[in-house]
Design a protein around this ligand. Structure first.
Ligand code: HEM
Length: 444
């Protein structure tokens, strides 16, 4: 076992700027330049990137006590120290166990109708014939509505409008720097001042929702109601502070990601009329108003979503901090170094995905990809807790859109750009609305 770290670029600034500018290409080039394990000099410390499924496996299967969370210093100030994203060890295990039932596949049946109804409501307002609509704006509205309804239990009325406005303000005013540098957490930095001001108002709104949910008892079918009803192994419940931290986490982790994925899916279907026709035929075979479970399991629609997340992983590296030495590809990586699966590189590996730059949903029908090969939701003990939720929402919202409207892409090419931790299409996928499709008119 080698005690040195794997090779990689030397200087933080040029390497980071390169990764920010073109993350997908940079990950591939790093692999070509340095090999399957690359040490990357990130601003938050050195990270060993695993570029193959074989090297990802030891990371995802090692015992959780090898790892802590990444960039805890900055992220915990924004999301709260008990947020699932930054908690570690026993705390992470306990909280994750408490939250998991609300995101279990079986729960999706309860959220499916709301997801479809809320998607339809937003599309009906936005998709006026002749209008040019930025897909990511509409899909962001949808994913926020869905979080409000399914996580916070607020479907309409004054609390909904207020929550929607506050969430919009928080997200619009947010600077990626707040997640990357503690130096930005100063009253001298306007986005921080703005964030602190809105955070207080948002906390008051959250407290009102928590109080309402407590008063309702455990009758609600939303994540908040389940969180309040859940008990740790010792019989205790989550405190209001901890509930609030997880709610904010779910908002941040759960809306922009799915909104971007939906915008990319529409981009690729816009470029591939053959694939669009297949999705539409599949939806028509069951009817758009079929049980959400039936829609969410349609094979070609699912393959379109899987292929979209392969071509455009929204998180390109899932970082963890090593707390114990880890044996990896002939090296012993010491504690204090980050490790990550280079999701963007693995998804672009021609040995796993022939013609990796082509949009070919069929590949997911022809072959079953393993957990270390197709990993848009990361993996191991920190795998995205909302993966089933995101997949369900993506399939239902995309089905409503393609079944209901004809659109034309404004740009045939969209460049991915890094926003904060996520990557999204540079223009947000603007489309020209041609009009309503006959199928939905007949059903309406
Ligand atoms: C297409 C949409 C989404 C993508 C691509 C995505 C991707 C990811 C990735 C890559 C991670 C890191 C996993 C790792 O470290 O191995 C993650 C973590 C997480 N995601 Fe998602 N996510 C999506 C949607 C959602 C949704 C809808 C929710 C909740 C409503 C959610 C909640 C979370 C949480 C709480 C974590 C932290 C889990 C932990 O550290 O234990 N995500 N997500």
């Amino acid at each position: 076992m080698k005690t040195t770290l794997p090779p990689g670029p030397r200087w933080t600034l040029p390497a980071t700027l390169r990764l920010i500018r073109d993350p997908y290409a940079t990950l591939r080039e790093l692999r070509a330049e340095y090999g399957d394990l690359v040490t990357f000099p990130s601003p938050n410390g050195r990270v060993v990137l695993a570029m193959t499924p074989e090297l990802v496996k030891p990371i995802f299967t090692a015992s959780p006590d090898h790892f802590g969370a990444w960039a805890v210093g900055t992220t915990s100030v924004v999301l709260g120290p008990r947020s699932l994203i930054v908690s570690e060890g026993e705390t992470h295990k306990r909280d994750r166990k408490l939250l998991t039932p609300a995101f279990h596949g079986a729960r999706m049946r309860a959220y499916g109708d709301a997801m479809r109804t809320l998607a339809r409501r937003r599309f009906e307002t936005a998709m006026q014939p002749g209008a040019t609509v930025t897909m990511q704006d509409v899909t962001t509205d949808i994913t926020m509505d869905v979080i409000l309804r399914t996580v916070f239990g607020v479907g309409e009325g004054a609390a909904f409008d207020e929550g929607r406005a506050l969430m919009g303000e928080i997200v619009r005013g947010m600077s990626p720097l707040l997640f990357f540098s503690k130096a930005s957490h100063t009253p001298l930095f306007p986005p921080w001042r703005r964030f602190v001001r809105i955070r207080e108002r948002f906390r008051a709104w959250l407290d009102a929702r928590i109080a309402e949910a407590r008063a309702r008892g455990d009758e609600g079918d939303d994540v908040l109601a389940m969180m309040l009803a859940a008990r740790y192994d010792d019989g205790s419940a989550m405190s209001d502070d901890d509930v609030a931290a997880q709610l904010v986490t779910l908002l941040f982790a759960g809306h922009e990601t799915t909104a971007i994925a939906l915008a990319w899916a529409m981009h690729w279907l816009g470029r591939h009329p053959d694939a669009l026709a297949l999705v539409r035929a599949e939806i028509a075979s069951v009817g758009i108003d079929a049980d959400p479970e039936v829609i969410a399991k349609l094979p070609y629609l699912s393959a379109v979503c899987d292929e979209t997340l392969r071509l455009h992983p929204i998180v390109t590296e899932n970082l963890r901090m090593l707390r114990k030495p880890l044996a990896l590809g002939g090296y012993t990586i010491p504690p204090g170094i980050g490790v990550a699966a280079a999701i963007g590189a693995i998804h672009a590996d021609p040995a796993i995905y022939p013609e990796p730059d082509a949009f070919r949903p069929e590949r997911f029908l022809d072959r079953k990809y393993g957990a270390f090969e197709h990993l848009p939701f990361g993996g191991g003990h920190r795998r995205c807790i909302g993966a089933a939720f995101a997949e369900y929402e993506m399939r239902l919202a995309l089905a409503v859109l393609v079944d209901g409207w004809d659109v034309e892409l404004v740009h045939r090419h969209e460049r991915p750009v890094r926003r904060s931790v996520t990557l999204g299409p540079a223009h947000g996928v603007p489309v020209k609305v041609i009009g309503r499709r006959a199928g939905l008119r007949a059903a309406a």
